[in-house]
Design a protein around this ligand. Structure first.
Ligand SMILES: *[C@@H]1O[C@H](CO)[C@@H](O)[C@H](O)[C@H]1NC(C)=O
Length: 222
């Protein structure tokens, strides 16, 4: 998966260089950007639709979206978020974002059985499909982290990856903020049982909420 982005960029460069009339100036650049987006997005989005093959036959991944609204919700952040990053910052009036819109951005939200995460065949299937070899479990809470306040500020720095990011909330809760296509921040609240896949190449950041506790597993970039 790490190889995929550079390879597709390379192929697109070849493609664009074969069409010199489109490769010049701002237009050419835009074209290249949109081609890269088109190349990357279906790959990340493909996960959500509608059934996928596994060695056991067909698995309806949409089944894992049942009840996801109970553990994932999203809204546009208020313009003024100058205070504590852990506050929800709903807009007035509230401006909720449906999960279908998150999927348009390539962000997949599923619901798994967090109680059973050690023996969950669905988690195994997802891991096999997406190549999540090693997943660490971390607990973020002031009790266990003397430098908690510094750490949460670090998580909250906006960034993006060349590879997708997966986070599975086993206990507690937290906020994954992602930017939409117009660069507006969407706050995604994930609670126990929520598995979130943030696609490659979109700006995001993480924070605990005011509960100050999350037990989360994921594939962390080395
Ligand atoms: C796995 O997902 C399917 C839906 O795709 C669901 O019916 C089933 O209950 C899930 N299994 C577990 C152990 O959560």
């Amino acid at each position: 998966m790490i190889m995929r982005a550079p390879l597709s960029v390379f192929l697109l460069l070849v493609l664009v260089s074969l069409q010199p009339s489109q490769a010049h100036g701002k237009d050419g650049l835009h074209k290249l950007e949109s081609l890269i987006q088109e190349e990357v997005l279906p790959f990340t989005q493909g996960f959500g639709f509608p059934s996928i093959s596994s060695s056991d036959g067909e698995l309806d991944i949409r089944g894992m979206q049942d009840g996801v609204e109970d553990v994932v919700s999203a809204w546009y952040l208020d313009d003024d978020t100058e205070g504590d990053q852990r506050l929800p910052y709903h807009r007035q009036p509230d401006d909720p974002v449906p999960l279908a819109k998150l999927l348009d951005l390539g962000l997949v939200a599923l619901r798994l059985d967090a109680e059973n995460h050690e023996h969950d065949e669905n988690l195994t299937i997802i891991r096999d499909l997406r190549g999540y070899m090693h997943m660490d479990i971390v607990e973020l809470t002031p009790k266990k982290m003397p430098n908690y306040e510094t750490m949460i500020k670090r998580f909250f720095e906006e960034h993006l990856h060349a590879d997708e990011e997966v986070r599975y909330c086993l206990e507690g809760s937290g906020y994954f903020d992602v930017r939409d296509k117009d660069d507006r921040w969407i706050r995604v609240s994930a609670r126990k049982g929520a598995l979130i896949i943030v696609p490659a190449g979109i700006y995001h950041r993480f924070t605990l909420d005011t509960n100050n506790y999350i037990k989360v597993t994921g594939k962390y970039d080395p």
